[in-house]
Design a protein around this ligand. Structure first.
Ligand SMILES: Cc1cc2nc3c(=O)[nH]c(=O)nc-3n(C[C@H](O)[C@H](O)[C@H](O)COP(=O)(O)O)c2cc1C
Length: 193
């Protein structure tokens, strides 16, 4: 695991990978899947996350003002689908599904072992925030610490393989794997594409 500079935090999710949102408050902890997570700002890095009002995650995040965005690997697809299809309201998913954790550096919720990256976040408590959450289930968070798996994050960018990569939810537990990199170049003026 390596520390990721906060100015590079947006790059951890610029490709729109599926995430796991870990939350905790007052002795309770939880994890859910979230696909609707996107970078909003570079520095300080901010993200937008949709957290449905019916989720237990929502209760814990509103109470603590903290969460961890975990970026799981394709190998963790069954875990993602499972925690995205069950509620943590009445039982602890970490115990139920043997989910190993790692301590976070700044916030209370834990990091989930085996992921590609971990973004520790605090909910932005701006005047607009409560009404946006109320109306759209949308939370703006600021990243306060970011780490990534050392073998996958080098030279400030991802290095995935066909076997070891992140994933993207399409529907009903079906995922695309993150694909190969293609480097674009800038067109010359008047050049045909
Ligand atoms: C792949 C996947 C992506 C999901 N993305 C989101 C999302 O972006 N926002 C959301 O509110 N729920 C999303 N969900 C649904 C929650 O993960 C689901 O409601 C979960 O059971 C909530 O758990 P909780 O009640 O323990 O917090 C997703 C589910 C799956 C399987």
């Amino acid at each position: 695991m390596v520390q990721v500079e906060l100015r590079d935090a947006f790059r951890l999710l610029n490709h729109g990978a599926t995430t796991l949102i870990a939350s905790a408050h007052d002795g309770r902890r939880n994890v859910m899947a979230a696909q609707w997570v996107m970078p909003l700002d570079f520095n300080p890095p901010k993200f937008a996350i949709v957290i449905d009002s019916n989720t237990y995650t929502r209760k814990l995040v509103e109470a603590s003002g903290e969460l961890v965005i975990n970026v799981p690997l394709l190998a963790q697809a069954d875990l993602v689908w499972t925690v995205g299809s069950t509620s943590g309201q009445s039982s602890d998913k970490f115990a139920d599904f043997n989910i190993a954790t790692l301590p976070s550096q700044v916030v209370g919720p834990p990091c989930i072992a085996g992921c590609a990256a971990w973004l520790e976040c605090k909910v932005v408590q701006a005047p607009y925030a409560a009404s946006v959450a109320e109306a759209l289930d949308l939370f703006v968070v600021e990243v306060v610490a970011a780490r990534a798996a050392a073998e996958l994050w080098q030279d400030r960018c991802w290095h995935f393989s066909h076997e070891v990569c992140t994933m993207h939810h399409t529907a009903r537990g079906s995922f695309f794997r993150t694909g190969e990199t293609q480097q674009a170049r800038l067109l010359e003026s008047n050049e045909r594409y």
